[in-house]
Design a protein around this ligand. Structure first.
Ligand code: G4P
Length: 527
């Protein structure tokens, strides 16, 4: 039987970061296909076929053609256990994406070879930087005319400020694509456009200097060999140490839709990506290999499966091992909970699990007692840090069409808040419900889900709120005085915390100046 240490060190937990349309969904599907997790391509992405999508639960997703939910997919590959955490692609869902990135040990960046580094990639890269998350790069759509590979590498280095170590190099591009050359293996992988959904094997040629390679490359042989020389001279060699430190990204090329370059990517990934990393808590660093279980909740999702109508808290296991029926200590509540029915996400099929190890994601059934950021241990009072909560930038007042549905509305909003899908503020002075979001699309999703899952028809009105600040003060008297004076602009959030809703920038400025003894925070930290 493999030891606890073996089980933990073979985990590879990662997420894909990319700009919408670069090919994340397609690549996810192909990784699952090559990982043997699904038999036929087209399972993850069934948009055109209107089939049930594995990684997309919501009807809205199909309607809009964007990824709005995250999921977890686990599959074994080459002796490793891979956990792929899917992240929503649309910008308005960055909160969810950012939190998911706190739960991984490395990331895979997908770049469209014709478009290069795009906005969203830049933002996501900044988030990865906060924890020096190691990044592997896949330059996709090689079957299309793209930009010069060297130019793409330069752009990544300049804009994302990370050194690039090419691992594979394209032989031609677009219609002229012949294959890729693996610089570490000294091997050519010959390109063949994929037949639909075929996992197939690719023909290879060993040695760039071999006669066979010469024959294959024909009159391009000399030019390509020179190009490779140049690349080797100009770009750094792959260094695992540099990669793990987040300073260098290994770069591979391919065409996800044609199943090309994906097996090589997966092989490189499982061989070099980091296993479960140590994590910071309020009092000490927790090593993944510690015997005792610990973990934190980075995401809550309601009604994942309309057939189940449940809420699942996604917990990243940071150390130790989970076994069915064990008792977990809910640190924030100071309470023990017996967990007998945690879920894992093998091949995107939710199933009950008997065990899970550091690096894995567990789905805990949540009956309202679990929040994003909560820590679970076997008894130790530590709390994992660094799970961000974001300041809303847009505000709307909820208008309920049918006043009799008020209860259902409250329940729906409570649950959507718990998921972090929106934030609700209740002004002290009236019964309004004010929603805060990071982007417009979030409101659309809230409206859609209220209707779809809670049969509540709601619309949103503009409201005179510029920004929100969480109010903290140790001096009870001072706080009381502030409460009385600022009553008109005060509200409580989902958890009951006091929030100042500033109608204008000027008002905020004046309030900050007038109340030096009060702390105004842009976010409520999930501590
Ligand atoms: P995303 O999740 O990052 O948003 O990207 P997604 O995989 O949905 O891919 C975006 C578009 O790019 C899709 O086309 C997809 O088929 C295409 N694509 C992905 N990989 C490759 C590739 O290697 N080569 C080429 N040529 N295209 C690729 P679409 O027309 O927007 O969607 P669909 O009609 O295929 O559903």
């Amino acid at each position: 039987m493999p030891s606890l240490q073996d089980e933990i060190s073979r985990r590879r937990t990662f997420a894909i970061i990319s700009h919408p349309d670069a090919g994340k969904t397609t690549l996810t599907e192909k990784l699952l296909l090559f990982g043997g997790a699904i038999q036929l391509a087209g399972t993850v992405k069934g948009r055109k076929a209107a089939r049930h999508a594995t990684s997309d639960w919501m009807a809205l997703e199909q309607q809009r053609g964007i990824s709005v939910t995250s999921s977890v997919m686990q599959f074994p590959y080459d002796g490793r256990m891979v956990n792929l955490l899917d992240t929503p692609g649309h910008e308005d869902f960055s909160e969810d994406t950012y939190r998911t990135l706190t739960a991984v040990d490395s990331a895979l960046m997908v770049i469209d070879c014709a478009k290069g580094v795009e906005n969203r990639t830049i933002k996501l890269m900044e988030v990865c930087r906060l924890r020096d998350t190691p990044i592997m790069t896949f330059i996709n759509k090689l079957d299309r005319e793209g930009r010069e590979p060297m130019e793409l590498l330069d752009e990544i280095e300049k804009i994302l400020k990370i050194s690039c170590a090419p691992v594979t190099w394209p032989i031609g591009m677009g219609r002229a694509l012949r294959g890729i050359y693996h610089l570490i293996e000294d091997r050519i992988y010959i390109y063949q456009a994929a037949e639909k959904g075929r996992a197939g094997t690719v023909a290879t040629i060993d040695g760039l200097q071999s006669d066979e390679a010469g024959e294959f490359l024909g009159d391009q042989a000399q030019a390509f060999r020179d190009e490779v020389e140049l690349v080797r001279g100009a770009a750094p060699e792959f260094s695992r140490e540099e990669y793990l430190a987040g300073r260098q990204t290994p770069v591979m090329f391919g065409s996800a839709i044609n199943n090309f370059g994906v097996t090589e990517l997966l092989a490189m990934f499982v061989a070099t990506a980091p296993g479960p990393m140590p994590r910071a808590t309020t009092s000490r660093e927790v090593a993944a290999t510690e015997e005792k279980l610990s973990g934190f909740v980075f995401k809550i999702q309601a009604n994942m499966d309309p057939g189940h109508r449940d809420r699942i808290a996604f917990m990243r296991v940071c150390s130790g091992k989970y076994t069915k029926g064990m008792r977990l200590f809910h640190v924030r509540l100071g309470k023990e909970m017996r967990i007998s029915d945690a879920l894992t996400f093998l091949a995107a099929d939710r199933q009950h699990t008997d065990e899970a190890f550091a690096g894995d994601i567990l789905g805990l059934h949540n009956h309202g007692t679990i929040n994003i950021g909560d820590t679970f241990t076997e008894g130790e009072s530590i709390m994992f840090t660094g799970i961000p909560n974001f300041a809303p930038e847009m505000f709307r007042r909820v208008v309920l069409r049918d006043p009799l549905r008020m209860k259902a509305l409250q329940k729906g909003l409570d649950q959507l808040c718990e998921e972090g899908a929106t934030q609700v503020f209740r002004p002290l002075r009236n019964n309004d419900l004010i929603l805060g979001a990071v982007g417009q699309l979030q409101f659309d999703v809230v409206a859609f889900r209220l209707q779809d899952e809670y049969s509540v028809q709601a619309t949103f009105d503009n409201v005179n709120v510029f920004t929100a600040r969480w109010v903290y003060c140790n001096d009870a008297k001072k706080l009381e005085e502030f409460r009385a004076k600022a009553y008109e602009n005060l509200a409580v959030d989902h958890s009951g915390a006091l929030v100042y809703l500033a109608p204008t920038r000027v008002n905020l400025q004046l309030t900050l100046e007038r109340w030096p003894g009060i702390t105004f925070r842009e976010t409520r930290e999930h501590l």
